[in-house]
Design a protein around this ligand. Structure first.
Ligand code: FES
Length: 142
């Protein structure tokens, strides 16, 4: 696949998550709740997580933001569901490295998250992409 086609594919994966967010909403019972915002633009995320026996059993998010922040939240909830807390934290670390343009472990299949790789070339958007992941890290540590 040529670079342009890959770019196009990644763009359409991002837009699909933005227009059809996975795990949108809020968990009502026994959920850890985290609210965070991006002070530079006012975008916000409301994340609820159900963690049981060290496993992230469920995750939902709500909020407002740009396509990068909302698609990243959608992808993040999708990939961490069913993962152990330490795996979710490892994924957050891998994602952070990806955003910084650093080498990262290939231990996990990153699924749709791969589509956000290109964000590392736009420093102003990195905070958009990492908002949901920071909320998740805070939530699972609680
Ligand atoms: Fe606000 Fe992207 S512009 S999170």
């Amino acid at each position: 696949m040529s670079f342009n086609n890959l770019d196009q594919l990644y763009r359409s994966v991002i837009m699909d998550h933005y227009k059809n967010p996975r795990n949108k909403g809020s968990l009502e019972t026994d959920a850890v709740t985290i609210d965070m915002n991006n002070p530079t633009c006012g975008d916000r995320i409301h994340l609820t997580l159900k963690v049981n026996d060290g496993v992230v059993e469920d995750a939902k998010f709500d909020g407002e933001g740009c396509s990068i922040s909302m698609s990243s939240a959608s992808m993040m909830t999708q990939i961490i569901k069913g993962k152990k807390v330490e795996e979710a934290l490892e994924l957050a670390d891998i994602f952070s490295k990806m955003m910084m343009g650093e080498e990262y472990s290939d231990k996990y299949d990153l699924e749709d998250v791969e589509a956000l790789q290109g964000v590392s070339q736009f420093p102003a958007r990195i905070k958009c992409a990492t908002l949901a992941w920071k909320a998740m890290e805070k939530g699972v540590k609680e």
